[in-house]
Ligand binder design. Sequence first.
Ligand code: NAD
Length: 476
Amino acid sequence: MTQATADAIRSVVEEVLAQLGNGPVAAPSAHGAAAGNWGVFRTVDEAVVAATAAFEQLQEATMETRNKAINIVKHICDSQAEELGRLEFEETKIGKLEHKIAKLQIIKDVPGTEFLRTDAVTGDHGLTITEYAGFGVIGAITPVTHSLPTLAGNFVSMVSAGNTIVCNPHPSGAKIACEGVRRFNKAIYEATGLNNLVTIIGEPTLETAEQVFSHRGIKLLCVTGGPGVARAALASKKRAIVAGPGNPPVVVDETADIENAARSIVTGAAFDNNLLCIGEKEVFAVESIFDDLMQAVGRNGGYRLNADQVAQLTKLAFSPPKEAGGHWGLNRDFIGRDASWLAAQIGLNIPADTQIIYGETDTNNPFVPEEQMMPFIPFVRARNADHAIDLAVEFEHGFGHTAIIHSRNVRNMSKMGRRANSTLFVKNGPCSAGLGLGGEGYLSFSIATPTGEGVTNPLTFTRQRRCVMVDDLRII
Ligand code: NAD
């Protein structure tokens, strides 16, 4: 082939790649969806082509380069947390600005390639090693409650394991997710030459989500979201890691440190206005300490509603089920709003820094069975610890997500741990302790519940590959 022919071919290929958005194109556009721009694509097909090319590049790259890419994402999340957190808050209009920022700053705690390992067996017949390798392109579905943090956390886990990503974000958090993808890809390309390690659909819809579910170029799904998308992913023909919904119950028994229980419940439930899937959603407290606990919550940032006020709020926050035994309809305008905003809806003027509002209810109140995702917490009186545990198990609905107990009684702790059978079981602390924030262990924003992988980490996104050397390399 002559030099002129080779140059002509290269220029055609570059043009096609640029049209596909597969190469470094002009400077990223303003905050908003743009096709083929530093990883932002119009169609799932285009995104899969780019992510597949990136996977091939990543396979050839050194571990040092892979680490560089991961550290760039961690650094951007930390150093640009204020700006990105504000953009997420302005777009989604839910939660608290300070916690949008905090959720990005802690991406640096998500484990990376240090979690990978190699297993080895030696014997008379030589050496066998098991390596944990990437799958290829992973389809990631992310929630509106933590749009960029979930995407960034998924990036760290999935790329550490050697995968690349096509993300279909929640439409109401798509702009910030795209902005993150552009910034990650641009910085990674400039530092390493790798591009499109993460790609994203600029204007996601349910149709694009379905295309991700069924695309032949996508080897594995990781879905983080509520009941609808969890069901859809479980029904998909592709292997899916499903981080589904929760409705975390809290049990407080008569042996608990009441002040610590109250402080922990307020801290966990108030975080980002109770948007966390692990956040405390309803409390079952035994009769003998119930009133003390209610007072302690008031001392720790809670504002107590009386029965009339609870009834008024309930009427505004939920619509009755359409059929007997059905779900209450959640008023989405109330999700993730400040406690003082919720109080204002029922004519109450309370301090803007009130962490949660709370009140006594029975189990018929929809705040108990439904995942409300707002900082009103129902407290239900239980006869004793066994009764409280029974109620907690009933209202966790078998999601197997998160359950919490405040107790010094080992029997009660063990009983609840066994009965709740949840992925996270936290004792004597706020829910966040279950993700390494004030407790031991590592962080992830995708907690795989029905499919059982637990708090996801790089190994979650690997496939095992065995490599065998016969009769040699045994040195003992
Ligand atoms: P959501 O279910 O409304 O949306 C989640 C994602 O799924 C979005 O990208 C959405 O566009 C997509 N989606 C929704 N229905 C779909 C369908 N039928 N087919 C394909 N895609 C679909 O949830 P949300 O409001 O964004 O997030 C809150 C929910 O997510 C809560 O239930 C919470 O418990 C859960 N969550 C779980 C975890 C976890 O780690 N287990 C983490 C965060 C949030």
